[in-house]
Design a binder for this molecule. Structure first.
Ligand code: NAD
Length: 500
């Protein structure tokens, strides 16, 4: 593992943002401000208002008025598509600004964030086509007296709660699809990483999105997020975050208006490597899968499950590659692994590195916390000889900690891969098509990769099996998720009277 550090250009003073209400930025005024300290540099970078419950009410009222008067859902798909396409163009124009604020708030490596924002442009472009092609169904087989039509209608006001690990990407895996469906939005970004969501709201407005269709409330989850979750006039809530908070979101929805829920929660994702795999490719994929985003990734490949006959060889290849991973300053273009985004997350990761040793796993490589003279960094850690009863095998660590376990048969591999409460993602590495397909069919996961990992695009849906969540985002599936279905029965000709 090598460390890199180059001079940064950090903000001289923190940038102050307002929250976004009815097409306008609203200054903090008398509200408290949350100062965000860059996790990569220990420097104050942004100041964001802590909204109140009244602000949440105002944002929901704005989104409700915009939905009820059909200023967005009443437009043609072509008109909605034009706004989404213009948004893509404006994101491209402001890309470096979005990238910069995202990097300093999150500690993610700058080259990675640039790639993510590029992907987000594709989401808006793709969703613009979906706004035009969304359609229902018809039934012309109900006899001469009846015609059936099935329409898709937008659900209404959508509350959108997002986490800190991919602030812009997760937002853009949802917003364009929600807007394509005709819904209106109240977004609540993570209190640690709100700036890119506020910049997107400004861009959407400039692209011609009518006022009130996109609103952003900022502040802590326990107050602002909770108020949104419990709100009677929020028709659907899309929540991405931890399984624990997901559970409280389900309870809140049940206690109030039974709002429709979309949940994307945690993962403990297997990387299953068979002896016939290209081991060099697999090693690279496994290292990428756990180091990407410092392992703070719901789809991180955190459990390597490898056929015993090649386990030593693959472990040696992984160790060799890990030594070359560049950990360092998020603003350095060469950095591959940046900072740990929150102090709480850093403590969690370090506690699991201790637990792994206490549980008797072999420390293959990695030293844990790194002192780079600034910020908060943890180098990747690999544990070998990990059994399924260890907490490092079972719990989502959400950091650069890889476990290695072995199997002898396909059945054992599948059983180990499925031995988790989660079902978000999985990868299988094999050059045998039968093996790869059998594993793909039998491992329970919403996203699957064969001989690769962590790839994706706007066409393919995201979401989890088991305790990783409900529903799907992105692709046509992501637009349909934000619609509800109405069946319309049309009588043809004279009614057959019930009362003689
Ligand atoms: P978190 O659950 O603590 O917070 C997520 C969001 O929920 C934040 O905006 C937070 O302010 C808000 N929140 C917190 N308490 C709330 C409450 N009581 N009511 C309503 N909202 C509340 O998660 P995090 O620490 O930001 O992110 C890490 C977790 O997110 C990990 O478990 C990870 O697996 C998960 N995650 C899942 C996906 C996915 O697509 N499945 C993607 C990214 C992250």
């Amino acid at each position: 593992m090598t460390s890199s550090s180059t001079p940064n250009t950090l903000p001289k003073a923190p940038r102050e943002f307002g929250f976004w209400l009815n097409g306008q930025s609203v200054d903090a005024g008398t509200r408290d401000l949350n100062t965000r300290i860059s996790p990569g540099h220990d420097v104050a970078v942004t100041r964001i208002p802590r909204c109140t419950a009244e602000d949440v009410d105002a944002a929901v009222a704005s989104a409700k008025a915009a939905f009820d008067d059909r200023r967005w859902s009443g437009l043609s798909g072509a008109d909605r598509a034009a706004v989404l396409l213009k948004t893509a163009e404006l994101i491209r124009a402001r890309m470096e600004e979005i990238v910069y604020w995202e990097v300093v708030e999150s500690g993610k490596p700058i080259s990675q964030v640039r790639g993510e924002v590029g992907g987000c442009i594709g989401m808006f472009e793709y969703a613009s086509g979906l706004a035009r092609s969304l359609h229902g169904d018809s039934f012309n087989n109900l006899g001469d007296g009846m015609f059936g039509i099935v329409t898709r209608e937008p659900v209404g006001v959508v509350g959108l709660i997002t986490p800190w690990n991919f602030p812009f990407l997760i937002l853009c895996e949802r917003v364009p699809y929600i807007l394509a469906s005709g819904c209106t939005i109240v977004a609540k970004p993570s209190e640690f990483t709100s700036s890119s969501t506020l910049i997107l709201a400004e861009i959407l407005s400039e692209a011609g999105l009518p006022d009130g269709v996109m609103n952003v409330v900022t502040g802590p989850g326990s107050t602002v997020g909770q108020a949104l979750t419990e709100h009677q006039h929020v028709d659907m809530l899309s929540f991405t975050g931890s399984t624990n908070v997901g559970r409280s979101v389900v309870n809140a929805a049940g206690k109030t208006n039974f709002k429709k829920l979309g949940l994307e929660l945690g993962g403990k994702n297997p990387q299953v490597v068979f002896a016939d795999a290209d081991l060099d490719d697999a090693a690279d994929g496994v290292v990428f899968g756990i180091c990407f985003n410092t392992g703070q990734c719901c789809v991180s490949g955190s459990r390597l499950i490898v056929e015993r006959s090649v386990a030593d060889k693959l472990t040696a290849l992984i160790k060799e590659k890990m030594a070359k991973v560049r950990v360092g300053d998020p603003l350095d273009e060469a950095t591959q692994v940046g900072a740990i985004t929150t102090d709480a997350q850093k403590q969690t990761i370090l506690s699991y590195i201790e637990k792994g040793q206490a549980e008797g796993a072999d420390l293959v490589c990695g030293q844990g916390a790194l002192d780079l003279g600034m910020g908060s960094y943890i180098g990747p850690v690999v544990f070998g000889n990990v059994s399924a009863d260890m907490s490092i095998f079972r719990d989502e660590i959400f950091g650069p900690v890889l476990t290695i376990s072995t199997f002898d048969t396909l059945e054992e591999a599948i059983a180990l891969a499925n031995d988790t409460d989660y079902g978000l993602a999985a990868s299988v590495w094999s050059k045998n098509i039968d093996t790869a397909l059998q594993a793909t069919r039998q491992i329970k996961a919403g996203r699957f990769w064969v001989n690769t990992t962590l790839s994706g695009g706007p066409e393919l849906p995201l979401g989890g099996f088991k305790q990783s969540g409900w529903g799907r985002e992105a692709g046509i599936y992501g637009v349909e998720e934000y619609t509800q279905i109405k069946s319309v029965h049309v009588e043809i000709g004279k009614r057959n009277h019930w009362v003689e």
